[in-house]
Ligand binder design. Structure first.
Ligand code: BG6
Length: 503
């Protein structure tokens, strides 16, 4: 991670600029960066899409998006107008050579009139089927500068999903690497841009008190939960029904969090050292056999239920979802990390849609003391120390421990030390996309995933899919919307007393 935080003059090309991601996240994030002084004096944003829009129309739409979605109210109209005046529109099709030749001409013209040096950041915020053709056409149109220390740079940020399975991810990697050098490719996982996720690194490696305890001698189990109360809003069902929880959340976000929690300390925070350690960790997770898939994974799909007192539809009734869908909206896994540090420590991970609330956390559950000195308490009755990293909402970290309740008897009570972002820092954290866009602009790939990392994550996920395809289909729907997922997930915890944490 680099300390330098102002980008060089450049052109940012957003493919899929009329889509939801650009409107809700990317343009508001770029606006926040510009307002906070992280963008250079001169820059241009070129939006590419097939709609019949013009520069004026794009500026109007993005103006509305910024007013609605940027972190705080723009300070002045002038600030917004200045930002919008740097936005241009390029109409084109993502699979047509001619569109890319037009884009090339447009880029050269803008770079000339705006006196930009030609540095280019391409952002693929399109449907995944266009990732490969678009990069091939970028190469064919010669809009990608080769890697060189002297000339202008070109980089590519590519959205998820990066592949559908191991084979398609490998193919996509080969295709994209046919156009860009690996050092120019920034595969985004927005969980890595979250403050609380980055803070896992600070917490583990900038403090000396936790690391000596961070192993199987002291830690009994780790639980990682990413719970969402959302279902299939808008047109979401269309994509989600082809993906499911394992591809949509586990392969990327949950595995990234797992890596940060369990990896060894990198020699430094530069992109290669950090990613080397993450890959090493993923290599310590062996892809499961079908028997292991049967005993160590649980999938679920929500049926009708209620959330916050209001009735909600079941997954199969959602818009654009197959009424006989067998897609999982919940997944829970029990993983073993086969290395010296973690021998015998189960890592439980779970994620699901339409759970009772939005809550993501990592809970590190410590072992009981080896001997119980409190007479009236069996070892099992004493509560364990639990360190909870709350990723969102209510961002913070708490550590629970036993304390003597005031009184004449030796009675114990579980109490907490609690760090809250809001209370300690007082300022709102930047959005994940701000951080990641800025890193892409300054050329820091630490918080992006490397090809070998994506590959290994897919190896683990594809083995689970293979196991699922051999096993009888669960009786979907198997949990009601607004509940904590299928009962069956409890069987993954057969040998631990805690059960899944209640959030
Ligand atoms: C996306 C998934 O990557 O992450 C969505 O495709 C999910 O299904 C979202 O809702 C969750 O992100 P966040 O930042 O709201 O936790």
């Amino acid at each position: 991670m680099l300390a330098r935080k102002v980008a060089e003059p450049c052109t940012i090309v957003v493919f899929g600029v009329t889509g939801d991601l650009a409107r809700r996240k990317l343009l508001p994030a770029l606006f926040n960066l510009a307002r906070d002084g992280h963008l250079p004096q001169s820059f241009a944003i070129v939006g590419f899409s097939r709609r019949e829009w013009t520069d004026e129309k794009l500026r109007e739409e993005m103006g509305a998006a910024i007013r609605e979605h940027s972190r705080s109210e723009p300070d002045s109209e002038r600030e917004t107008e200045d930002f919008l005046s740097r936005i241009y529109y390029a109409k084109g099709e993502l699979d047509k050579t001619e569109s890319f030749l037009n884009l090339k001409a447009r880029l050269e013209e803008i770079e000339k009139t705006d006196r930009l040096p030609g540095n280019r950041l391409f952002y693929l915020a399109t449907a995944p089927e266009f990732f490969a053709p678009a990069t091939e056409l970028m190469k064919a149109a010669k809009i990608i500068h080769p890697v060189s220390s002297a000339g202008p740079w070109a980089r590519l940020i590519i959205e998820k999903p990066f592949g559908h399975d191991l084979e398609s991810a490998r193919q996509l990697n080969t295709q994209v690497r046919g156009a860009f050098n690996e050092s120019q490719i920034y595969r985004i996982d927005h969980y890595l841009g979250k403050e609380t996720t980055q803070n896992i690194l600070a917490f583990r490696f900038a403090n000396s008190i936790f690391e000596p305890l961070w192993n199987s001698r002291y830690i009994e189990q780790v639980q990682i939960t990413v719970a969402e109360s959302l279902g299939m809003e808008g047109r979401r069902g269309q994509y989600y029904d082809t993906a499911g929880a394992l591809r949509d959340m586990v392969q990327n976000h949950l595995f990234q969090v797992l890596c940060l929690i369990a990896m060894e300390a990198p020699a430094s925070l530069d992109a290669e050292s950090l990613r080397d350690e993450k890959v090493r960790l993923l290599r310590a997770i062996r892809p499961m056999t079908p028997q292991e898939v049967a005993s160590c994974t649980v999938r679920g799909q929500y049926g009708p239920g209620s959330l916050n007192g209001a009735p909600v539809k079941g997954y199969r009734e959602e818009e654009l979802v197959d009424p006989d869908s067998t897609t999982e909206t919940y997944a829970a896994l029990r993983l073993a990390v086969r290395n010296w540090r973690w021998r015998g420590v189960p890592f439980f991970i779970r994620t699901g849609k339409r759970l009772p609330k939005r809550a993501s956390e990592v809970a590190v559950i410590f072992r009981h003391p080896p001997h119980q000195v409190f007479e009236d308490l069996s070892v099992e009755e004493a509560r364990q120390n639990v360190l909870v990293i709350r990723i969102q909402p209510d961002e913070g970290i708490s550590l629970s421990f036993e304390a003597k309740r005031p009184g004449l008897k030796m009675n114990l009570q579980n109490v907490k030390m609690d760090f809250r972002y809001g209370r300690s820092f007082g300022t709102p954290a930047p959005e994940a996309y701000e951080r990641l866009l800025l890193d892409g602009l300054i050329g820091d790939a630490s918080l992006f995933t490397r090809a070998d990392e994506v590959d290994r994550a897919w190896e683990i996920i594809s083995a689970i899919h293979a196991g699922w395809s051999e096993a009888p289909l669960p009786d979907f729907p198997n949990y009601a919307a607004g509940t904590w997922g299928p009962e069956e997930a409890n069987r993954l915890m057969h040998d631990v007393d805690t059960g899944w944490r209640r959030l």
